[in-house]
Design a protein around this ligand. Structure first.
Ligand SMILES: Nc1nc2c(ncn2[C@@H]2O[C@H](COP(=O)(O)OP(=O)(O)OP(=O)(O)O)[C@@H](O)[C@H]2O)c(=O)[nH]1
Ligand SMILES: [Mg+2]
Length: 453
């Protein structure tokens, strides 16, 4: 990809809005401003990071729009290149005419994520920060926003950087000792290295523990509503959603297919999935619904097992429990507005009673769900969390090398062998920061961005 030409793209979303921003980055940014911007009060020279009022004009000098324009001199910009932004009225026609004007002047339309790619290549952000920018834009809940922001601000990068520096120090020692005869190796230093590496491994373990929760924050958790027919699954989905989404009747077997709805629960993005009531059925349509529900169970982050609290437990409840008892589950005793008669001692899940009719218990249910999904990890500005499969795989690979290194140290293996493990561990860490990431992986990551970011 060419990185030293001048690119342009709308930085705001397509569609109506009060204001739209068109962003230019590259060596010709200032020239663009001088060519077609007519400031209301003409400055001798554009000062960096200062907003100017004026008009954008076309080649004939006709006004395109009244705008605010800002010139930001490199390197204190998002891309570390010269940047100019035009804040115009938020009409797609205006944005289009501004783009056309500059494209005819020889600028190039930025590809998806190209501004952020330039920021990464020019050292403004490392790869994990750049990836988090995309998550920040698409954050579906407040907790997801916090996590993405902490990553954009470099909490994960700092963590990776800290480990990388330690390992580099070890690598330097190993290389210096390579020329020593093996018997002269300083035993004290070797055991100190062993302790350091163990320390790094336990730090890695702390952060890999956060992965499940981080992934939930990033991608949303899938929560499956499971239970016998008429247990009240669809009613609960509707109540949590705040709309009559699923059909509710007193006929058992109303829901046949899976029905999925996105929402936030306790600040977490979730996908709530209603299923067909679990029972053995001769009706082929219902049986297919049951098959689909059971198939979904293993993929769910959490199963809510619904048991009608107003009825004695029967074999259909046991059938439903057995289908999901190996999963992470939570028991919801429904219809708590009616006299509660169900004995749920058969079920080992923690649980509470709720009523979709009156809303009783629903607040508590949402808190419990969020607690289970977060598993004690609460994102904040300081938190380091792993949220990305790519990062998780890399750090696990790094950990494997470090384990081999510690056992190699204990067994007194050759320095070449030990140094190899350190090098490999560093290579895996470099995939998170982007130092050792291949072009094809980079391309894949940045192609997921929208144009203008
Ligand atoms: N009193 C009372 N009735 C409820 C409550 N929740 C659901 N019901 C009733 O229970 C019946 C079944 O509700 P659904 O939500 O359709 O149950 P379901 O589990 O989706 O049933 P299937 O789709 O057949 O598997 C309906 O008549 C609801 O009105 C509740 O909290 N209190
Ligand atoms: Mg239903």
């Amino acid at each position: 990809m060419i990185l030293n030409d001048t690119i342009i793209a709308p930085a705001t979303a397509v569609g109506g809005g009060g204001i739209a921003v068109v962003r230019v980055s590259g060596p010709r940014a200032l020239e663009c401003l001088q060519l077609f911007f007519r400031p209301t009060r003409k400055p001798g020279k554009y000062r960096s990071h200062q907003l100017y009022h004026g008009h954008l004009v076309d080649r004939q000098g006709d006004h395109l729009d009244e705008v605010l324009a800002v010139f930001m001199a490199a390197p204190n910009t998002y891309t570390r290149q010269d940047v100019v932004e035009f804040h115009c009225h938020g009409s797609q026609q205006i944005v289009k005419s501004i783009l056309t004007l500059f494209l005819e002047e020889g600028l190039r339309l930025a590809s998806p994520g190209e501004f952020t790619y330039r920021a990464f290549i020019n050292g403004r952000l490392d790869l994990s920060q750049a990836e988090a920018v995309a998550h920040l834009i698409h954050a579906k809940s407040d907790s997801s926003r916090k996590l993405a922001l902490s990553q954009v601000e470099g909490q994960l990068s700092k963590f990776i950087f800290g480990i990388t520096e330690k390992l580099r120090g070890i690598q330097v020692l190993f290389e210096a000792w390579m020329d020593f005869p093996e018997e002269d190796l300083p035993a004290d230093n070797l055991s100190e290295i062993g302790r350091d590496v163990c320390g790094i491994i336990s730090k890695i373990d702390q952060i890999t523990d956060t992965y499940r929760c981080g992934r939930v924050l990033l991608e949303g958790a899938s929560i499956l509503l499971v239970g016998r027919p008429n247990a009240g699954k669809s009613s609960l989905l509707n109540r949590l959603l705040g709309e009559e989404r699923a059909i509710v009747t007193d006929v058992p077997g109303t829901t046949r297919d899976l029905l999925e709805e996105g929402m936030t629960i306790g600040g977490l993005p979730v996908r709530l999935i209603d299923t067909a009531g679990l029972r053995q059925s001769d009706d082929p349509v219902e049986a297919e619904g049951v098959r689909r529900a059971k198939k979904k169970i293993d993929q769910a982050d959490l199963v809510l097992l619904l048991v009608d609290g107003s009825k004695p437990v029967d074999e259909q409840d046991l059938f439903a429990y057995h289908a999901c008892s190996k999963n992470k589950g939570f028991l919801v005793k429904t219809k708590s507005d009616l006299p509660m008669v169900a004995d749920t001692s058969f079920c080992e899940f923690p649980g509470i009673g709720v009523s979709s009719k009156t809303g009783a218990g629903l607040e508590l249910l949402q808190q419990e769900i969020a607690q289970i999904l977060l598993a004690g990890h609460f994102p904040s500005a300081e938190s380091v969390m792993l949220a990305e499969q790519r990062h998780f795989d890399a750090i696990i690979a790094c950990r494997n090398n470090l384990c081999l290194l510690t056992s190699g140290l204990k067994e007194g293996l050759f320095l070449e062998f030990l140094a190899f493990e350190v090098r490999e561990a560093l290579h895996h860490l470099g995939q998170i920061s982007g130092q050792t990431t291949t072009d094809s992986v980079l391309e894949k990551i940045f192609s997921k961005f929208c144009i203008g970011k």
